[in-house]
Design a protein. Structure first.
Length: 401
């Protein structure tokens, strides 16, 4: 098999995913085109330069429906001969798009791809597409379905993370993100402009100063739905009868924020780079995806990491930096606990708790953030991983060239 290289990675800023967010006026297809056009311009991608655009998007309805990937290609300045395919692996959609593209290149199905994803959560709210996992009583009962926030609280209860543990992690995420922004570390950001070329947004919107005292005043977000009679806690305890109760420790301040944004990654083999005069930034060494318990749901980063390390023939200690999506504080705390990880190597520039989580785009965003930090700190290897709704996980290992 041939090697698959990352030649470039870009992302938009992340905007607050509500009607008063700065990017609310920008549709998902426009957000996608911003990232696609940036890759085209930065890398001189004229003509039918890539085999396909593989685009992650979770809520594929309304203006995000009807193969948003192809719509985004046509909206952008890319050649109309380039096709597009939309994929949905929930929160890991953007990373899965990159993994699919890399594995296509490795298998010889084309020299180059663009992969990434988008979500406009202010315009197309999460859950608008429905879904059998929550709506079909037979499936929901069989899978012991609970919402993700309850799952995060189950993780905290099962693995012993207190409210203070989760809040302290959230405070640190905000501090790291603010320091990274002030230091200019987010090299992959491209501004979003209007049709006149005026900048709408150039920096992440949701980073804020916070303290343990501030977070301590917030009520748990999932306590009411968990403890209602009958509530989701009762469902969870059927699956986990050894737990006396579910401790509800997550709230808006230690969970990922709803966000708008897109990200794109340029992937190709050696010949692709030579043809376009490009220098590879990293090699995609290995990828993985796993299924996990759908009730606790969000523990996938641990087995996905174990699997991708096995595929790469590496050990945990061989990895210099980690990006673990901060869907909820307990997800990252469990990852750190499971591997006894050095916290100075995990999410060193903050994460989704500080900057937000535009579902379909986040996976590609954290991969770009990982690559930027590997270059900045002169590290050789990095691993990106995300938890996924309904009980899955995905991971990717990068190796600098």
């Amino acid at each position: 098999m041939t090697d698959a290289y990352i030649y470039d990675a870009v992302r938009t800023p992340r905007g607050k995913g509500k009607k008063d967010g700065t990017l609310h006026e920008v549709t998902a297809v426009r957000l996608s085109a911003v990232a696609l056009n940036a890759l085209k311009e930065r890398n001189n991608l004229d003509g039918h330069a890539v085999e396909d655009v593989i685009w992650g998007n979770v809520t594929q309805v309304g203006e995000q429906g009807a193969c948003l990937a192809r719509s985004s290609v046509l909206y952008s300045d890319l050649d109309e001969r380039i096709p597009g395919v939309s994929i949905n692996r929930f929160c890991a959609s953007g990373l899965e798009a990159v993994n699919m593209a890399a594995n296509q290149v490795k298998g010889g199905a084309g020299d180059g791809y663009i992969a990434g994803g988008v979500e406009s959560m202010s315009r197309v709210p999460m859950g608008m597409d429905g879904g059998a996992i929550a709506a079909d009583p037979h499936l929901a009962m069989k899978a012991y379905f609970v919402p993700q926030g309850i799952s995060a609280d189950i993780i905290a209860t099962e693995y012993g993370f207190s409210r203070d543990d989760c809040d302290a992690y959230a405070v640190e995420s905000q501090k790291r993100a603010a320091a990274a922004r002030a230091d200019g570390r987010f090299k992959s950001i491209v501004p979003v402009t209007d049709q006149n070329g005026l900048v709408i947004m150039a920096e992440d919107e949701m980073i804020r100063e916070t303290t343990m005292q501030t977070l301590g005043g917030l009520n748990p977000s999932f306590k009411a739905m968990g403890e209602a009679m009958p509530g989701f806690d009762a469902v969870a305890l059927l699956k986990y009868p050894h737990l006396e109760k579910i401790n509800h420790v997550h709230h808006a301040g230690n969970s990922s924020g709803i966000a708008d944004g897109s990200a794109a990654v340029l992937i190709g083999n050696k010949e692709f780079g030579e043809r376009h005069g490009l220098k590879p930034r990293a090699r995609v060494k290995a990828t993985s995806k796993v299924g996990t318990d759908p009730t606790i749901m969000l523990t996938g980063p641990v087995p996905a990491t174990e699997r991708v390390l096995q595929a790469a023939g590496m050990s945990f200690g061989d990895i210099d930096l980690f990006e673990v999506n901060e869907a909820f504080a307990s997800v990252v705390l469990r990852f750190i606990q499971a591997f006894d990880a050095d916290t100075d190597k995990v999410n060193v520039n903050g994460g989704a708790i500080a900057m937000g989580h535009p579902l379909g785009g986040t996976g590609a965003m954290i991969l770009g953030a990982l690559l930027d930090e590997m270059e900045r700190s002169d590290k050789e290897t990095g691993l990106a991983t995300l938890c996924i709704g309904s009980g899955m996980g995905a991971a990717t290992i990068l190796e600098r060239v």
